[in-house]
Design a protein around this ligand. Structure first.
Ligand code: NAP
Length: 484
């Protein structure tokens, strides 16, 4: 990748990391481990944890086994469940940050408004007017971060409580009330399963049906937890077992019509047949696209909960929201007290809306006017010494982001080391390298299930291009082994 120019003098770079979520903390830990102290993590909120801080809706849990959804260097023997609840995951990130001495490096309530590069230096300005300089900027701003508000007429007319799933109103009572949930993604199904036992009536507004994979979520027994704590080998073995399982099944299944896809898709199809008793409801819950085209829903009890007497699946399209509830195109008014918008995120925004301006006065917005693209997900031509963790083309299908972030952080650290050694002071992606990379990504994505499966999802940008890594995790690791 790197066009290494101007030899620098050997010194530690000043680094600014944007975001104190999973990947920003990781980047901070890697700098600390390398003995680099001149860095700061700028966090716009008053707490760390990224998506696990923002999302606190009822029923939130990871849909990747928690022993695998952990930093490889910081196993947690105390995970309560196979798929730990969200609060536990946030506490995990806080404790790892503490153990690595990061809290002193994080500046909270510091939202970056602008980062401008001139004379070989990045000048960063926060919305509160604070300014600082850096040799390198690492954006670790997450993928699913900006809530997508649906464009439904009348939303502001609703007299009850209405909020996005990532902005949960914990002051709003739920027990015994009439709750509407718009959306049927991973978030909406977790909310539905958690709230049906509490609500007076729950109406789930479905625009597109989803395939559901029935994985149970048992507690780790006290004996298992004792083993994880006392026998570190047991935790490592569990980690690697889950890793291999994911690598060869869920991660493979999105790469085309292969054995893993047939096997797992078969389980999802059987789950629908066996779990939904009413044939009419079953048909309404049956997606008209291939399993894995959208992110597969992992839930042991969604079908059970949607069949409860106080739950209703609404498939008539929404016409508008009114003061009393949601009006569907069949003329029916669904009267509600609470309306939850589980309508997903603007996955293509990445680091934006922050103004990133390079030495030629070009903004990232302008550079990305044809779509967000980054060489090996980490670098954008024209934007020297600016790196991203979890940038465009990052998520490796169905593989935990935490594992890909570790690889990207190490990749970025290789440039930090070169700067530090005085080997070079400026690193920039070549445009022709990006073009080659994008061609490779586009070609790879043609045979993925996201392209051939016949659906729309947040994996595609507004031009219909797939912004995921379209190859295997092994290939991702291989290509990211050392900087090019
Ligand atoms: P999502 O998968 O993008 O789902 C959004 C839902 O809202 C879809 O069902 C969509 O329908 C619907 N929707 C959007 N706009 C609408 C409108 N105007 N009218 C009616 N329906 C509308 O978002 P998400 O459920 O928040 O999940 C996003 C991703 O977060 C997941 O894919 C997953 O990767 C991650 N996640 C992970 C976990 C976990 O356990 N680790 C939990 C939650 C989320 P259409 O399908 O028709 O567009």
């Amino acid at each position: 990748m790197a066009a290494a120019q101007a030899r620098g003098s050997a010194r530690d770079p000043r680094v600014v990391i944007i975001g104190a979520g999973m990947s920003g903390l990781l980047m901070g830990i890697r700098l600390k481990q390398a003995g680099i102290d001149d860095f700061v993590i700028l966090e716009k909120a008053a707490d760390l944890g990224g998506t696990w801080r923002e999302n606190t809706y009822p029923g939130i849990a990871c849909d990747i086994p928690s022993h695998f959804y952990s930093y490889s260097f910081a196993p947690n023997p105390g995970w309560s469940h196979w798929f730990a609840p969200g609060g536990e995951i946030k506490d995990y990130f806080a404790s790892v940050a503490q153990a690595h001495g990061l809290p002193a490096r994080i500046r909270y309530n510091s939202e970056v408004a602008e980062a401008r590069r001139s004379d070989g230096t990045w000048r960063i300005r926060c919305t509160d007017g604070t300014e600082m300089e850096a040799d390198m900027v690492v954006a670790a701003t997450g993928v699913l971060h900006h809530p997508r508000m649906p464009d439904i007429p009348g939303l502001s007319d609703f007299r009850g409580a209405c909020f996005h799933s990532a902005q949960w109103r914990h002051d709003e009572p739920l027990d015994g009330r009439r709750i509407g949930v718009i959306g049927t993604g991973s978030t909406a199904t977790q909310i539905t399963a958690a709230l049906v036992p509490r609500a007076g009536q729950l109406s789930l507004f479905q625009r597109t049906a989803q395939w559901v994979f029935p994985l149970p979520n048992p507690e780790h027994s006290r004996f298992a937890r004792w083993c994880f704590r006392r026998l570190p080998g047991a935790g490592r073995a569990w980690y690697h077992l889950t890793r291999l399982l994911f690598q060869w099944t869920f991660s493979r299944a999105v790469l085309g019509h292969n054995l893993a896809h047939r096997m797992l898709a078969g389980i999802a199809r059987r789950n629908l047949e066996r779990s939904v008793r009413d044939p009419a409801l079953r048909e309404r819950l049956r997606p008209d696209y291939e399993p894995f085209c959208k992110r597969l829903i992992i839930s042991p009890d969604f079908y059970d909960k949607i069949q409860q007497p106080n739950a209703e699946l609404v498939t008539a399209p929404i016409e508008r929201v009114e003061a009393e509830g949601v009006r569907t195109t069949d003329g029916r008014l669904h009267a509600l007290d609470v309306l939850v918008l589980a309508t997903g995120f603007e996955a293509q925004r990445y680091v934006r809306p922050l103004q990133l301006i390079n030495e030629h006065d070009e903004t990232l917005e302008e550079a990305w006017s044809g779509g967000a693209r980054a060489l090996r997900s980490v670098a954008v031509p024209g934007f020297a010494n600016f790196f991203m963790v979890a940038g465009p083309y990052t998520p490796v299908g169905n593989y935990p982001l935490i594992q890909t972030s570790e690889i990207q952080a190490d990749y970025i650290m290789a440039f930090v080391e070169r700067f530090r050694n005085g080997e070079a002071s400026r690193f920039e992606a070549r445009p022709e390298a990006l073009e080659r990379f994008v061609r490779d990504m586009d070609a790879g994505s043609e045979r993925t299930i996201w392209r051939t499966g016949g659906c729309q999802s947040w994996y595609l940008d507004e031009r219909g291009r797939i912004s995921m890594w379209p190859w295997s995790f092994e290939r991702f690791r291989r290509e990211m082994r050392r900087p090019k």
